[in-house]
Structures are given as C-alpha cells and as structure tokens.
Design a binder for this molecule. Structure first.
Ligand SMILES: Cc1cc2nc3c(=O)[nH]c(=O)nc-3n(C[C@H](O)[C@H](O)[C@H](O)COP(=O)(O)OP(=O)(O)OC[C@H]3O[C@@H](n4cnc5c(N)ncnc54)[C@H](O)[C@@H]3O)c2cc1C
Length: 471
C-alpha cells in the first residue's frame, strides 16, 4: 500500500493524498444509514489527466477505487475497506459558458447551484435546477446517480439534459460522448445524439461503475419571465392523484409535488395536497395556472395560500411544502431516514399508498417500540408518471431502531420493485432488490462491466457488478 500512496502522491502532489485516519473515517459513507468500510487512502485530483493516472495506478495495484462527488445521497455508497477513495471536490470549475449552443461545460465536482448563480448573472439557468440537494451536490455525481430534479414535470430528468460527457474509463483511457467525440472536428460539445450510439447514456445512472465522469456539458436556457404557483388540499389521496394526472395530461406543471403522508401542512385540513409551480412567459404562465385552478376545482380541491409553494420553490427548502420554516421543521434531532424511492405510473401511487398505510397498521407495535415516525410519502410528478419517496424516520443513536430502519427500506424496496415500480438512483444497498429483477438486462450489464473493468476497479459491488474484496 505504501508504494501505491507514493505513486498517488507523485500523480497529484503529496498534499492531495492522505492516509490519515481522520480523513479516511470522514470518507466511509454517504448521508444514508448504511455503514461503509474505511478507505486506505483519500486522493483529490485536480485534472482529468490525474484521474486517468490514478485509475491506471489502481489497476497496477489491483486496488478498487470508490468515487466521491459530495456524498449527498441517502442510500449507501458501498465503500469497501482498503480502497482508494477518489474525491472529486477540487474539480469544480466552470469550463465554458456557451450561449450560442445553449450549453455549459463544467468539471464534475461543480456544485449545481453555484453553476446556476453564475448563469443567472447572464439571464440564463441550467436546464434543471438540480435535486433538493442542489446547494451541496455535484453535477457529475448527480448525473452518475440519476438524481430526480426539481422541475421534473416540465424539464425532465437530470440525464435528459446532458449534452456530452468526458469520462475516464476503468483502464484510464479518456473518452468524449456525442458531438464532442469527433476529435477531428475539434470535439465540439453541442449535440448528444451524434456520432452513433448514445454513449453518455451508459454513464448516466450507472453510479460510476463504468467510468469516472470528469466533465459534463449540460443544457441551459434563458430564465423564463414568469413563475406562478398553486396549492390545493383534497379530501383523499385517490382524488388528488386523479387531479395530478389530469394536470399532467394538460402539461400544466413545470414542477408538481404531492403530499400523501406524514405531517399535514401547518394549519391545514385535508388528506392530500398538491403544490404546483408553473414557469413560462407571463401570458403562458397565466394560462397554465388558470388551467391548474380549473382542474383542481373540478376534483373538489380546496385552494390554499400559494405563498407556501412559492417559498418552497424560491428557496428550494423542503419544509415549506408543509408550510413550516426550516428552523422549526429540522429542530427535532437526531433522526434519520432509510430513504426508499421509486418511479411508478401515476395511478399506481394509489396502490403504493395502500401498501404503506397497511404496513403502518401491521407494524404499529414495532413502530412504537423503535420510535419510527412517518416524515413523508411525497411524490415528484414527472411528465407522465410519478416518483414516490418514502421517508420513515428512526432515532439514529438507537442501534436496534437503526437495524429496523434498514429492514423497512428493504421491505419497501422489495415490495415496490416486485410490483409496478423501479428505482431512479440505485447504489449498493438497493442493488440486491433490483438488479436480479432485470434478468437478461442484468446479464448484459455484467458483460459490459467484465469487458470494461476486468480488474473490478471502479465502484465494485455498487450495482452488484464487479464485486470484489479490497486488498
Ligand atoms: C437536502 C438534500 C435534498 C436532496 N434531494 C434530492 C432530490 O430531490 N432528488 C434526488 O434524487 N436526490 C436528492 N438528494 C440526494 C443527492 O443530492 C443527489 O442524489 C445528488 O445528486 C448526488 O450528488 P453527489 O455529488 O453528492 O454524488 P455522490 O453521492 O457523491 O455520488 C453518487 C454516486 O455517483 C458516483 N459518482 C459521484 N461522482 C461521480 C463521477 N464524477 N463519476 C462517476 N461516478 C460518480 C458515486 O460513486 C456514487 O455511487 C438530496 C440530498 C440532500 C442533501
């Protein structure tokens, strides 16, 4: 190991390599509840060439690499003891703002919202504002994880707006996707679907198992002139979901969040709630929000003060969905969640909610024993479907409650993925619940992994691919 550390220091500079226990301990896991192993060394490259050299060194030493954006996921990174921890936080520059081609190119470790702030100075914005973690998560990590962004209903998934990637493969080679792949033509990054197959797609959502993303070229747009908001309460989840589907059919929302469990918004009555955000030209936004009011009224929705929706959207602060300031909402600690989440057809959210409510009833005694709280059964609606996330909180200093929380996540995932649902981001703890269900699709990914990464160097085991023990 000491010769590997010397090689890493020669590549990056000794000050960017650490085998101090305090640094290694801080890089064992993400924000989720699954414990991870302690890396042997943490390395922080500043250039693509350094990433490439690190990957080649890892192959020579047969030592796995685990890739670290900002580790803001809530699942579990699957980090193995004795690995090289590749922290990409120093690769955070904006490389190019290309207003002619509606694109921005950033280094992988750029923080979503930091990029948006720079674009906003010119009247532009990223094609999605990022996930709820936009203030802390990286562009590359979010693309690799397939995070579900705000603006999902209007602007699509994080990956939909990727134009081109620069990627270091598991053997250290550097490739460019889409139009950027044509090196003879200057590697211009402006069109994803050029030069044959959509190679970028291979790296979107694959959580670093096929390559390290080092640069991302992402779509940008001029900031729209108008934003409008609507907030409705409904008598039942079923009716709220029917209203949401009607809104999807008319393409009304840019962003729409449904609240179907957990605490009700402060001061409100009702069984389910919809927050609707519309962004457009002033005339377009007025027309669409009028349609929102008409549709919600048609489903007996009761109009609420949309200031809560506006606060949530403008500040991107989750607590406002429940009409609650962050300092109140987040003050009752230390609790954490074994987050489970999945895409499903909008109508199947009804089935998922029935399952969750039954689970609460059937496990009432265990919930009481372990102090389990339902934080939310919330839905981000996409253009045509729904992304349900289930946050069941447990007291994280209680070891038995912790184990019970992990069991709940496993139960939820196994049930939903066996019925009508599929996860967005996967990561190691969820992989056993979904990868075997992919059948020959999983076989195909195994073949790819074996070909691209015969030594099992990059994020082994994270998608149940290339699993091996660290040395
Ligand atoms: C307050 C808060 C709210 C959140 N809200 C949401 C939400 O609304 N929707 C949602 O989906 N998520 C949400 N998240 C989770 C999280 O923000 C995102 O999923 C985030 O996009 C992950 O980015 P990261 O840089 O932290 O990646 P990491 O967690 O560091 O990495 C994620 C995965 O990608 C791999 N990886 C990282 N960088 C690279 C790279 N350059 N190349 C290859 N592989 C790489 C890692 O090894 C890991 O497997 C939230 C998090 C927080 C803290």
């Amino acid at each position: 190991m000491s010769s590997l550390i010397e090689e890493l220091a020669a590549i990056c500079g000794a000050e960017y390599v650490s085998d101090k226990m305090v640094d290694r301990l801080c890089h064992t896991r993400d924000a989720g509840p699954t414990p991870g192993g302690v890396p042997a060394v943490v390395v922080r490259p500043r250039t693509t060439a350094q990433v490439s050299e690190i990957v080649r060194a890892a192959n020579r030493h047969a030592t796995p690499i685990f890739v670290w954006g900002r580790s803001t996921t809530f699942i579990g990174h699957g980090i193995q003891t004795g690995c090289i921890l590749l922290a990409l936080d120093l690769m955070s520059q904006i490389v190019r703002m290309d207003f002619d081609n509606h694109a921005v190119t950033v280094e992988t470790g750029a923080i979503w919202h930091a990029v948006d702030i720079e674009l906003a100075k010119r009247g532009w914005e990223l094609a999605v504002p990022g996930s709820g973690g936009m203030f802390v998560c990286t562009v590359g990590g979010s693309v690799a994880y397939n995070s579900v962004p705000h603006g999902l209903a209007g602007y699509g998934m994080t990956g939909d707006n990727v134009i081109a990637l620069e990627v270091v493969l598991p053997n250290g080679d550097v490739i460019y996707t889409g139009s950027a792949g044509n090196r003879a033509a200057g590697g211009l990054a402006f069109e994803r679907y050029a030069n044959g197959p959509d190679i970028a797609g291979l790296f979107i959502g694959s959580c670093g198992v096929f390559g390290v993303i080092t640069q991302v070229t992402y779509r940008i747009r001029r900031k729209p002139d108008a934003e409008r908001f609507a907030f409705y309460a409904f008598d039942s989840s079923d009716v709220a979901l029917d209203a949401a589907q009607a809104l999807q059919r008319r393409q009304v929302p840019t962003h729409m969040v449904g609240l179907f469990g957990g605490p009700k918004p402060t001061g409100l009555t009702g069984e389910a709630f919809l927050h609707i955000v519309v962004r457009d030209t002033p005339a377009g936004a007025d027309e669409r929000v009028s349609a929102a009011h008409a549709i919600c009224a048609g489903y007996n929705g009761v109009r609420q003060d949309e200031a809560a929706t506006e606060r949530y959207w403008v500040h991107h602060m989750y607590s406002w969905l429940r009409n609650t300031p962050p300092e109140v909402y987040y003050s009752d600690r230390p609790y954490t969640c074994p987050e489970a989440a999945a895409f499903m057809p909008t109508q199947n959210v009804k089935d998922a909610l029935r399952y969750l409510k039954n689970y609460e009833v059937e496990h009432a005694a265990e919930f009481a024993q372990h102090g389990i709280r339902i934080k939310c059964y919330d839905v981000y609606f996409s253009r045509n479907a729904a992304f349900l996330w289930i946050d069941t909180l447990f007291p994280e200093l209680d070891a038995a409650a912790w184990q019970y929380g992990l069991k709940m996540r496993a139960d939820y995932s196994e049930h939903l993925f066996s019925q009508f649902a599929s996860p967005g981001g996967i990561l190691a703890p969820l992989a056993p619940h979904i990868m075997p269900k992919l059948g020959s699709g999983f076989d195909f990914l195994r073949v790819l992994k074996a070909q691209l990464d015969p030594n099992g160097i990059l994020n082994p085991g994270v998608l149940l691919l290339g699993k091996g023990e660290a040395k």
